[in-house]
Design a protein around this ligand. Structure first.
Ligand code: ZN
Length: 76
């Protein structure tokens, strides 16, 4: 499930948002209401970029981006 981190270019407010479908994409800043959001980071993308042979429990493993196995009970 992709989580996007946004930063407002108008007021500097930063927030994360879980995107289940395109309707969840934030259209304006929840703090100031300005539609000047910039996507800063995607947790989902970072996990997808994990090296081959890494943690297979990407969804639940808290350190999936560095895990090589053994960090959680989800390895098989
Ligand atoms: Zn703002």
């Amino acid at each position: 499930m992709p989580i996007y981190e946004y930063g407002c270019q108008a007021c500097g407010h930063q927030f994360e948002k879980l995107i289940r479908n395109p309707d969840d994409l934030p259209k304006s800043c929840p703090s100031c209401g300005q539609p000047r959001l910039k996507k800063r980071f995607s947790t989902f993308a970072a996990k997808v970029a994990a090296p081959a042979g890494g943690c297979r429990n990407q969804e639940a493993c808290p350190v999936a981006h560095t895990c090589r196995g053994g960090c959680c009970g989800g390895h098989g």
